[in-house]
Design a protein around this ligand. Structure first.
Ligand code: ADP
Length: 326
């Protein structure tokens, strides 16, 4: 395969803490390997608008501790059209970029796969999303930080819930995936998590109220994934008011504060390892793979598999939450 001399790097879709640590790792590992690095601003949009800067090691100094992404991120509708992707390819050619490293979630990696196939162009994906919803990796960059933020927020809300003997529904992010809600509930000692993976099978609210809450609890905290499948925290609160009047119900929606903040040590180390491994993968002639982590080992997952398969929720976690919230 042709030697890769210049790589482009971009962050796309929802930002996640640790993206900067990944940008730093990719840039420095590439420079160590003798490659040139071009920073592409605002995700795929930057390829259409030619917002591209030569990156040296100094461009990524003092960013490992920062949340967000110094490359900025954006959503780019034009990249979903063949005309838009042609413009992106023209820019890549002009800048003599031989391969791309794309840091983002499910949507960004979907775009990467389509582009890679269309132009037979080498792309390495890094899982950057707080949702942890990419198949083939135990964790995504940003997930651990978001989980810790949720835990801190729930700890604070618990003080009010306990003092006032209230039932709190706390909405957390995770459109299609309940990892934040489920593990956030375990970490904060909440009574239950209402997650999209289970909502299609049982009425989680009825189960919660009938099986546990009614019998023993005066105050309670339930984490709800924001998904339309679950109805979100507002939907749950409305239902309790209608179906189980008598409870003092409150809602708290954590919203965007879950996305921000300085990444945890875990996310910084994960991003550093995955970023360095992205360059190893290119040197190994790997193409169109997402770099993941499985049992603390770096793995290469074909991008198609990472985005097409649903990452399953671990039954053991569900059982643990159920048993510990009696
Ligand atoms: P995330 O990567 O966080 O899941 P999005 O789903 O918003 O975020 O996707 C980010 C960007 O990826 C989109 O704005 C678009 O530019 C690109 N993208 C998403 N889906 C596709 C697709 N089917 N074809 C081409 N590009 C896509």
């Amino acid at each position: 395969m042709a030697k890769i001399e210049t790589i482009g790097i971009l962050t796309s879709g929802g930002d996640a803490p640790g993206m900067n640590a990944a940008i730093r790792a990719v840039t420095r590992a590439a420079i160590c390997a003798g490659m040139k690095v071009k920073g592409i601003y605002r995700g795929y949009r930057g390829l259409l608008t030619d917002e591209i800067v030569d990156f040296r090691t100094q461009n990524v100094s003092n960013i490992i501790q920062m949340g967000g992404t110094i490359l900025k991120t954006a959503r780019c509708k034009e990249f979903q059209t063949t005309e838009g992707r042609q413009l992106a390819y023209d820019t890549i050619q002009r800048h003599k970029i031989d391969a791309l490293v794309v840091i983002g979630g499910d949507g960004s990696l979907t775009g990467a796969r389509i582009f890679a196939n269309e132009y037979n162009f080498p792309i390495i994906g890094l899982p950057g999303t707080i949702d942890n919803d990419l198949y083939g990796t135990d964790s995504t960059i940003g997930y651990d930080t978001a989980l810790n933020t949720i835990m801190e927020c729930v700890d604070k809300i618990r003080d009010t819930a306990t003092s006032h003997e209230r039932l709190f529904f706390i909405e957390v992010m995770g459109r299609d995936a309940g990892f934040l809600a489920l593990n956030g509930a375990i970490a904060s000692g909440a009574e239950a998590a209402i997650i999209p993976e289970i909502s299609t099978q049982v009425d989680q609210l009825a189960e919660l109220i009938e099986n546990g809450f009614r019998k023993s609890k005066n105050s309670s905290i339930v984490l709800v994934a924001e998904s339309p499948v679950t109805g979100g925290a507002m939907g749950m609160a409305e239902r309790v008011k209608n179906e189980y009047p008598g409870y003092d119900v409150r809602v708290s929606i954590l919203g965007h504060l879950q996305r921000g903040g300085s990444p945890t040590a875990y996310d910084r180390i994960l991003a550093s390892r995955l970023g360095a491994a992205a360059i190893d993968a290119l040197l190994d002639d790997q193409r169109n793979v997402m770099i993941g982590i499985k049992n603390d080992e770096i793995v290469y997952v074909p991008i198609t598999r990472a985005i097409k398969n649903d990452k399953p929720i671990d039954q053991e976690l569900l059982n643990t939450l159920r048993r510990l919230s009696i």
